[in-house]
Design a protein around this ligand. Structure first.
Ligand SMILES: [Zn+2]
Length: 310
């Protein structure tokens, strides 16, 4: 995710007085607060978390994903890159393997059912043809019958990572094209059917039109566990931070090691500060923010007054 820069900044802000990056921005649009509901209202529905990097979901959406899984969804994780660049001192091959193992651990703690690795080279996704990524996503959306997706906002501002915006744009287009009978009709000979994605939760690193805030208080511990599972990446963040602190002749004892204690401490500080601040604005302990796009209801009123039983 390359989120380490932000949290290095966030931690440094509290530790060193450095400026923090800009938070997500709520606009004048109505904001819906989505809270936990009892029972299994989403039984039978399918969600997919689609990100280029393993730690994107744990940072931005794993509290909400955990909530929806508790409420009946079945979930899948589609990782578009191979995460070959995100470690502190491993080789490229070791980095791929380390993050692949961590991804399996993330799957376990998140409650997601299965992972699909598209395996594109990390930091090089702007060199790919987007129609290929889109085609692979359309296949998966039809195969898994995905109703709801979580991904980066394809219209988020000031995104510097090509893996993020290339994945986001492919996801957005695939969501509606997967419902077309003339898009990749060979799928239908293999038994698949057209199937559109009807709900989208977009998250962003920079300013974004936010219209949905989700109460993740009840699932915040799961969110912490999801980020802790990203050991290779979190270790990278800790070592980067420690190196920056050494240059200032400082150290944080709780982050000095690279074992579980340091990972626990870093994860807690990184997520608590941001998610608590985001929740406080809405009277929540912790929250995640999204641009949410739901099903098209524009014909509902007409159908209610004109439709008759067949
Ligand atoms: Zn990322």
């Amino acid at each position: 995710m390359e989120r380490r820069d932000l949290f290095k900044g966030a931690l440094a802000a509290s530790l060193l007085g450095a400026p923090q990056l800009q938070a997500q921005t709520a606009s004048g649009a109505d904001i819906v607060i989505e809270r936990a509901v009892s029972g299994m209202p989403h039984q039978g529905k399918v969600l997919a978390l689609i990100t280029p990097h393993l730690d994107d979901g744990p940072f931005f959406a794993s509290g909400t994903v955990a909530k929806l899984l508790q409420e009946g969804y079945t979930g899948y994780f589609i990782r578009t890159s191979n995460d070959e660049k995100d470690s502190f001192d491993l080789t490229l091959g070791e980095t791929v393997l380390g993050n692949e193992r961590d991804a399996r651990a993330f799957l376990q703690v998140s409650g997601l059912k299965q992972m699909f690795d598209l395996g594109y080279r990390n930091h090089r996704m702007d060199d790919l043809t987007r129609t290929e990524i889109r085609a692979r996503l359309i296949f998966l959306f039809r195969l898994l019958k995905v109703d709801t997706i979580f991904s980066y906002d394809p219209w988020g501002h000031y995104e510097e990572n090509p893996d993020h915006y290339v994945t986001a744009q492919a996801v957005e287009a695939a969501c509606w094209m997967s419902g077309g009978h003339l898009d990749m009709p060979e799928h239908f000979a293999a038994g698949l059917k057209p199937h559109s994605v009807s709900e989208k939760y977009y998250f962003a690193r920079g300013p974004q039109l936010v219209n949905r805030v989700v109460d993740i208080g009840p699932t915040f511990e799961t969110k912490l566990a999801c980020l802790r599972a990203c050991r290779t990446m979190v270790t990278h963040m800790i070592k980067d931070l420690n190196a920056a602190l050494v240059e200032r002749k400082l150290r944080v004892p709780a982050l000095s090691g690279v074992g579980s204690a340091a990972i626990d401490e870093y994860t807690k500080v990184a997520l608590e500060a941001r998610d608590r601040a985001a929740g406080r604005k809405f009277g929540l302990d912790y929250s995640e923010a999204f641009h949410y796009i739901g099903p098209d209801r524009s014909m509902d009123e007409y159908i209610a007054s004109h439709a008759v039983p067949i």
